[in-house]
Design a protein around this ligand. Structure first.
Ligand SMILES: [Zn+2]
Ligand SMILES: [Zn+2]
Length: 342
C-alpha cells in the first residue's frame, strides 16, 4: 500500500508499505479520506526527517478486518477515528481526554498514520458515521472539525448568540460552519482576502479584513453595538497571532467568553484588569474528548452540518507531495484532503 513520509525541510515522499495487521484490540481501516492538518505541517517544516514514519492523523474510512478482542465494531462499519488513542486505562482516558493521557499513542506520531491506504487503530477510537455523513466529514470530525465543535461545547454557545472567529484556516472555517449549524451569527476575521472569501462560502454572516485595522469596532458594528458598549457573545481564536489575541477582549460584550484554540505566539497579551473590568471569561480549548465526537456525529446527522464547503483540494495519495506544498503555502487554500482510494 501507499504511505506518505516526511523527509525534513518541506520534503515528502509516497512510499510502499505492507498493509498492517490489527492487534487484538485494533481494527484495520481502509482509509477513504484524510485531511492535512496544521500540526502535520509543523512537522513537515522541521529539518529532521522520518523516512519510515507514515504521517497523518485525520482518518475516516471503512473497517476491513478486526482483531480477536474487538467486540463492537465490525467489518463494513464506516468510521471516523479520534487521533489521540490514549492508554484507555487512566483517569484522563476515562474522561475521554485521551489528548492528556501520559501514555497517549497519537496516530501519525507514535503509531503509523492515516496518509496511507490502510491503518490499524484502537476499536475504542472508532466512531461510526451516520449514513448521511460523508467520509470527508468523518476526516474533519477526527481532528479539526471536532476541535471546532469542542470550542463551542466549552463556550456553551447557543443558537441566538454571536461569535467572532479569528483566523480562517481549516480550524477557523470549521468554526464558521459549526457556528452556523448551531444557529449563531458568525463574523469571520482574517488578514487574507482568499480566506475571507472561503469564510463567506462557508456561511459567515460578516467578514472583517484584519489588515485594514479597527477589528473590534467592526465586530461591534456587525452585531449592531454602538460606542463600544456591546460586542459578540463569543470569540474563538484559531490563528495563534498576537494581533488577533489582542482583539479578543475588546470584541466581546461584557460577560462574553473567548476560547483560545490556535497554537502560536507566546507573548503575554491579556491584561487581568481587562478580564475583571469587562467580566469576561478566557478559556483554552485543546482538541476534544472522545465522547464529544459521538455527539458531533449525531449533530451532523440531525443538523445537516457538513464540513465540505471548507475543502478546496481533493487529491489522490499519489499527489501527496503537491498537496502538502499547497497546504504549506496556504495561498487561496482551505482544507486539503487526500482520498487514498479515489
Ligand atoms: Zn489535526
Ligand atoms: Zn490514558
Amino acid at each position: 500500500m501507499q504511505g506518505v513520509v516526511f523527509l525534513g525541510n518541506r520534503q515528502a515522499a509516497v512510499k510502499e508499505f505492507p498493509v498492517p495487521e490489527p492487534a487484538p484490540d485494533e481494527v484495520l481501516v481502509r482509509v477513504m479520506a484524510t485531511g492535512i492538518c496544521g500540526s502535520d505541517l509543523s512537522v513537515y517544516r522541521m529539518a529532521e526527517g522520518h523516512p519510515d514514519q507514515i504521517r497523518g492523523h485525520e482518518p475516516s474510512g471503512v473497517i476491513e478486518a478486526v482483531g480477536a478482542l474487538v467486540g463492537q465494531r465490525r467489518p463494513g462499519d464506516r468510521v471516523s477515528v479520534h487521533h489521540h488513542q490514549g492508554c484507555g486505562a487512566c483517569r484522563m482516558c476515562a474522561r475521554g481526554e485521551t489528548v492528556a493521557c501520559a501514555h497517549d499513542q497519537c496516530i501519525g506520531v507514535a503509531v503509523p498514520g492515516s496518509f496511507a491506504q490502510y491503518l490499524c487503530v484502537k476499536e475504542r477510537n472508532c466512531v461510526v458515521l451516520p449514513e448521511v455523513v460523508s467520509y470527508i466529514d468523518g476526516a474533519f470530525m477526527a481532528c479539526v472539525g471536532g476541535t471546532a465543535w469542542g470550542a463551542y461545547q466549552r463556550l456553551g454557545a447557543r443558537g441566538h448568540e454571536s461569535v467572532a472567529v479569528f483566523g480562517l484556516g481549516p480550524v477557523g472555517l470549521s468554526c464558521v460552519l459549526v457556528g452556523k449549524a448551531l444557529g449563531l451569527r458568525v463574523i469571520g476575521v482574517d488578514v487574507t482576502d482568499e480566506r475571507l472569501d472561503l469564510a463567506t462560502r462557508c456561511g459567515a454572516d460578516v467578514v472583517v479584513p484584519a489588515a485594514e485595522g479597527g477589528v473590534p469596532a467592526r465586530i461591534h458594528q456587525a452585531v449592531g453595538a454602538r460606542d463600544g458598549r456591546d460586542g459578540v457573545d463569543y470569540a474563538i481564536e484559531t490563528s495563534g497571532s498576537t494581533a488577533a489575541r489582542e482583539c479578543l477582549i475588546p470584541s466581546l460584550r461584557r460577560g462574553g467568553k473567548a476560547a483560545i484554540v490556535g497554537v502560536g505566539s507566546v507573548e503575554r497579551v491579556v491584561n487581568p484588569s481587562d478580564i475583571h473590568g469587562r467580566a469576561v471569561t478566557i478559556l483554552g480549548s485543546v482538541v476534544f474528548p472522545l465522547g464529544w465526537m459521538w455527539d458531533l456525529a449525531r449533530f451532523c446527522e440531525v443538523s445537516g452540518l457538513s464540513f465540505e464547503p471548507a475543502v478546496t483540494h481533493r487529491l489522490p495519495l499519489e499527489e501527496a507531495v503537491e498537496g502538502l506544498r499547497l497546504a504549506d503555502e496556504a495561498k487561496d487554500c482551505g482544507k486539503v484532503v487526500f482520498l487514498p482510494h479515489g
